[in-house]
Design a protein around this ligand. Structure first.
Ligand code: SF4
Ligand code: SF4
Length: 81
């Protein structure tokens, strides 16, 4: 999963771009729900929130490193066929 860094300026550019609805405004800044973040696997080649963020403050979460197989499994659990 990705995470939003403290530099976030709450511009709201990323939230509507997430195909999983994983981004929401938290207590101070926008936050990513790691249970819903597939790093866009299953939807897009690249993380759409990273593309949208004007200040590049979205980065891989070192505490939630996931490989493509795990991300695809998360995608399939979010969207049961
Ligand atoms: Fe949503 Fe994709 Fe960003 Fe994860 S990487 S928060 S799934 S837009
Ligand atoms: Fe914060 Fe970047 Fe999202 Fe804007 S696009 S709300 S700066 S994480």
């Amino acid at each position: 999963a990705l995470r939003i860094l403290d530099d976030c300026i709450n511009c709201d550019m990323c939230e509507p771009e997430c195909p999983n609805g994983a981004i929401a405004l938290g207590e101070a800044i926008y936050e990513i729900d790691s249970a819903k973040c597939t790093e866009c696997v299953g939807h897009y080649d690249k993380p759409q929130c990273v593309r949208a963020c004007p200040i590049a403050c979205i980065a891989p979460d070192p505490e939630r490193v996931e490989d493509d197989a795990g991300l695809l499994a998360k995608y399939l659990s979010l969207y049961p066929q």
